[in-house]
Design a protein around this ligand. Structure first.
Ligand SMILES: [Zn+2]
Length: 248
C-alpha cells in the first residue's frame, strides 16, 4: 500500500491517494521488451503501472485513464516503489565525477530516497514563477508572471516523439501543455503561440522554470549528493536510472 504525494482527483472531485501495487511478472517483462513502449517512455510507464496497480484509492478497477492522468511526480514515485517491491530497494548506479572524470559505483537505497509531499495551500495546478527577462509580445510588452501546472502522464506521452528527436523541443512542447498563464496574455493567444513562447524565453529564464519545477514539485527527490572516492570532489547528480528496470 503506497500513498502518493499528490493523488488523483476523480470527476466528482474526490481525491484518491492510496495505491495498492503488485510485483512485476512476465507480463510486465513483455511490456518492457515491447519496441513500441521503448519509443515512448511515458507510455511505457502508463502500461507498467496500469498492469501492476491493483487498486487506486476507492476507484473501481481502473482503466488506463486514471494512470495516464496522474501527475508525473506520482507516476515516478509509484514506478520507483514498483521496482523496489519487485527486485528490492538496492539499485546499482554509476556516476562520473565532473572534476576528475573517474567513474564511481554507488548502491542506492530506493526506499531511503527523500520524498517531498505537497504542503497545505500548495496546488499542483498552480506553480508560480517570476521570470527575470520575461516574454516580449508583438506589441513590445514584457510579461513575467508565469503560472504552470505540473505535468501528467498524458503530457509525457504526447510529447515523447518530439523529445526523442530533440530534448529541448520536447521540453518546450511539454511546458506549453502545462502553461496556464503568462502575464496578461489572453488564453487563446497563449494557445495559439504554444511552444513558441518557451522557445523565445532566455536560457536563464528557462533555468528558473526548471529549478521551480524541480524544487517546488512534490515527489521523490532524484538529485543525489555524491563524493568522489578518487579526488574527494562533492557534486550533485540526478539518480542514475539506467539499470532501473533492467532484468539483470
Ligand atoms: Zn573525482
Amino acid at each position: 500500500m503506497k500513498r502518493q504525494t499528490i493523488g488523483y482527483t476523480d470527476d466528482e472531485g474526490r481525491l484518491h491517494r492510496t495505491v495498492v501495487l503488485r510485483k512485476m511478472t512476465g507480463r510486465e517483462e513483455a511490456i518492457l521488451a515491447d519496441r513500441r513502449n521503448q519509443r515512448n517512455g511515458g507510455r511505457l510507464i502508463t502500461e507498467l503501472l496500469h498492469s501492476c496497480v491493483v487498486r487506486l484509492g476507492e476507484l473501481p478497477q481502473n482503466g488506463t485513464g486514471p494512470i495516464a492522468g496522474l501527475y508525473s511526480a506520482d507516476r515516478n514515485y509509484l514506478l520507483i516503489k514498483l521496482r523496489s517491491i519487485t527486485f528490492g530497494p538496492e539499485l546499482s548506479a554509476e556516476y562520473n565525477c565532473p572534476s576528475c572524470g573517474e567513474a564511481m559505483r554507488v548502491t542506492e537505497d530506493l526506499d531511503e530516497l527523500p520524498v517531498r509531499a505537497l504542503t497545505d495551500g500548495e496546488s499542483p495546478e498552480e506553480i508560480k514563477i517570476e521570470l527575470e527577462d520575461g516574454y516580449v509580445d508583438r506589441d513590445g510588452q514584457v510579461h513575467t508572471a508565469l503560472t504552470l501546472r505540473l505535468p501528467t502522464g498524458q503530457d509525457e506521452e504526447a510529447v515523447a516523439p518530439q523529445t526523442r528527436q530533440n530534448a529541448s523541443l520536447g521540453k518546450n512542447a511539454l511546458l506549453a501543455r502545462c502553461l496556464k498563464s503568462l502575464g496578461d496574455i489572453p488564453r487563446h493567444r497563449l494557445e495559439a503561440l504554444g511552444p513558441k513562447i518557451l522557445a523565445d524565453l532566455t536560457m536563464s529564464d528557462r533555468r528558473l522554470i526548471d529549478r521551480a519545477l524541480n524544487q517546488a514539485a512534490p515527489g521523490i527527490d532524484l538529485v543525489r549528493e555524491l563524493e568522489c572516492p578518487h579526488c574527494g570532489h562533492v557534486f550533485k547528480s540526478s539518480l542514475d536510472l539506467t539499470h532501473f528496470l533492467a532484468l539483470e
